[in-house]
Design a protein around this ligand. Structure first.
Ligand SMILES: [Zn+2]
Length: 68
């Protein structure tokens, strides 16, 4: 399964990783509510790909989230 990370702000692809199986705990997805999960994660109909909305470094800096 491939996981594609895309910046939800500028739409740029951030990263693509290949995993044997999606481990939600490992990726921290288990911390999300169902609603957040639906917003952030899109699973391909075939089950072979997952699309995760995130923020790229550029946008994190631009929005000023670096301080957290
Ligand atoms: Zn971005």
């Amino acid at each position: 399964m491939k996981i594609f990370y895309t910046c939800e702000y500028c739409g740029e692809p951030i990263d693509t990783i290949e995993v044997d199986e999606a481990d939600e705990v490992k990726f921290g997805f288990d911390c999300l509510t169902d609603r957040e999960r639906q917003d952030i994660i899109k699973t391909d109909a075939s089950g072979n790909a997952m699309y995760v909305h995130s923020l790229c470094g550029k946008c994190i800096t631009a929005i000023g989230l670096t301080e957290e």
